[in-house]
Design a protein around this ligand. Structure first.
Ligand SMILES: [Zn+2]
Length: 110
């Protein structure tokens, strides 16, 4: 299940490919208005006159997990993913191997 999050404007835009967007669009030429679910940076032409459309409103679609605030969880995941990548790059291969071995031992302990 997905929640619509109205946080884009408040944050100055979250540009991350993980989240699809519920987008309200209007044609730049004719009277057409519509709503679609889009990935970031997809250009949508007006279905009536094929002119470019502009975004009227944009909302993030974030997964709902029981017991967690969906927007907070989504933002946290963005930060956590970046932190994990940064840590993996800063460690030496030998140190990553030590950590992986320790983790495997911990999983199989008992
Ligand atoms: Zn149009």
């Amino acid at each position: 299940m997905l929640a619509r999050a109205r946080i884009l404007l408040a944050l100055g835009g979250v540009d991350h490919p993980r989240f699809r967007r519920f987008v309200s669009r209007a044609c730049t030429v004719c009277e057409w208005e519509g709503q679609t679910v889009e990935s970031p940076s997809s250009a949508v032409d007006c279905p009536w006159c094929h002119a470019p459309s502009r975004i009227v409103r944009e909302e993030l679609l974030v997964p709902i997990v029981a017991g967690k605030h969906p927007i907070a969880a989504a933002l946290s995941r963005l930060g956590a993913a970046a932190g994990g990548r940064a840590r993996a790059q800063s460690l030496s291969p030998a140190r990553r191997r030590e950590i992986a071995i320790a983790a495997a031992r911990a999983r199989w302990r008992r």
